[in-house]
Design a protein around this ligand. Structure first.
Ligand code: NAD
Length: 321
């Protein structure tokens, strides 16, 4: 049994991770700046092995005390969503920088760290599928959306240096579009958006011409991947894609959602300039190669897209009744 600290623990992936850690008999501290009345994600509040600490990773003394007290540290705190990042690039970057600076100053070799990075660090790469060893091409600093990817990538560099210089066991997971129950709808993520439109019976909106492709990983697969990396010492000091390699265009995704849940709905294409703030750039394709994580841990995603969509739809429908 390990003492686990999860930053961003009140969030979507964090709350699913915490449920699994508690099921596996670990004790968990969730550290998040979300107010208590927003904690509908954390239904384990009554477990004696669970504690919620409200605060920010930028509160150095509080965060350091929590780090000192943990065996396993999962770093998930972040500002997400292209629109929010464009509106708040400085705060977005500071969360990553503050979080990793405290980790570098505080952790010891008996602790272990998981860092939640992102497919956004692949930037404008045209490669498909994306492998972890690719050279990276990010957008220019004048476009605020890249503040998220740059600060995640800086964190990767700092953490991998910590592994090399101080032998601190750690792994970096680059998530590709994780979906599932309780995903925050406010960020404009495509799956919760389209599903809530299908539930409301209003047209499904696709930004751009719908030919851009993505792949979607169910959160329970993503949590399995995180744990398989944390439980396998041969993964230490490495970067691993976490996702699903079933590629689909956003136009076809809308079509699929319509066919599965509400066949009479119209699909509307909306030009980016009508919906996205200045500084937005679309990335046409983003599909992970999962060979590396499979080779190191044996993990591969199990949940197919249709199954993931049905799970998200049912939960969303039940919560919106
Ligand atoms: N969901 C995805 O598809 C996806 C894709 C790529 C990367 N990721 C990464 O995975 C992690 C979890 O993402 P998620 O989807 O659960 O997002 P989420 O927004 O649901 O969770 C992030 C949590 O971080 C908290 N937070 C933000 N700033 C904080 C601060 N200063 N101090 C403490 N807590 C703070 C938020 O309150 C929120 O609860 C993030 O690091 C994200 O960058 C997620």
């Amino acid at each position: 049994m390990a003492k686990c600290l999860v930053t961003g623990g009140a969030g979507f992936i964090g709350s699913h991770l915490i449920s699994r850690l508690l099921c596996d008999d670990h004790s968990v501290v969730a550290f998040d700046h979300a107010p208590l009345d927003k904690l509908n994600n954390l239904f384990n509040l009554n477990s004696s092995s669970f504690k919620y600490v409200r605060g920010s990773v930028s509160d150095s003394s509080l965060f350091r005390d929590l780090i000192n007290d943990a065996d396993h540290i999962y770093l998930l705190a972040a500002t997400l969503g292209v629109r929010r990042v464009i509106e708040k690039p400085i705060a977005t970057a500071n969360i990553q920088v503050d979080q990793v600076r405290e980790i570098c100053a505080t952790v010891c070799a008996h602790q272990k760290i998981f860092y939640a990075s992102t497919s956004e660090v692949y930037g404008k790469s045209n490669a498909s599928p994306l492998t972890e060893d690719l050279p990276l091409v990010l957008g220019e600093p004048g476009k605020a959306r890249w503040a998220y990817a740059c600060s995640k990538l800086l964190s990767e560099y700092l953490l991998l240096s910590l592994y090399r210089d101080k032998n601190i066991p750690l792994v970096v997971g680059r998530f590709f579009n994780v979906v599932g129950p309780r995903q925050n709808q406010a960020y404009g993520a495509v799956v919760p958006n389209l599903l809530s439109q299908a539930i409301k019976g209003i047209p499904l909106t696709v930004f751009g011409d719908g030919t851009q492709t993505r792949s979607f990983c169910h959160v329970s697969d993503a949590v399995d991947a995180m744990l398989s990396l944390m439980n396998n010492d041969s993964c230490n000091g490495g970067v691993y894609n976490i996702g699903n390699d079933e590629e689909i265009s956003i136009g076809d995704l809308a079509d699929k959602i319509r066919n599965l849940f509400n066949p009479i709905l119209e699909i509307k294409m909306i030009p980016y300039e009508d919906v996205m703030p200045l500084g937005f750039e679309e990335i046409l394709h983003r599909v992970p190669s999962l060979n590396k994580i499979k080779r190191y841990t044996g993990w591969s995603s199990k949940i197919k897209l249709d199954e993931a969509l049905i799970d998200c739809f049912m939960t969303l429908k039940n919560t919106s009744i």
